[in-house]
Design a protein around this ligand. Structure first.
Ligand SMILES: [Zn+2]
Length: 71
């Protein structure tokens, strides 16, 4: 199995390594674009840029609900 690869669609900078499994590392260090992600030669998708996936944010209202349900 080969490592993951990321290619910037904007400036062409290439990245490789398992750090790319972390969504926060799938951003071009040169221009800030979301990378095209490949693994074993298969295209996996384009990363978010800027990184703002909603599931990684916890709203205060969700937090309050969790506390209520825990009782
Ligand atoms: Zn770039």
């Amino acid at each position: 199995m080969s490592a993951m690869k990321g290619i910037c669609p904007k400036c062409g900078t290439r990245y490789c390594g398992w750090a790319l499994t972390n969504p926060r590392e799938r951003i071009c260090k040169q221009c800030g674009s979301g990378l095209e992600i490949y693994r074993d030669g298969l295209w996996l998708g384009t990363a978010y840029s800027p990184f703002n996936a909603p599931q990684y944010k916890v709203k205060s209202s969700d937090f309050r609900d969790l506390i209520i349900y825990a009782r």
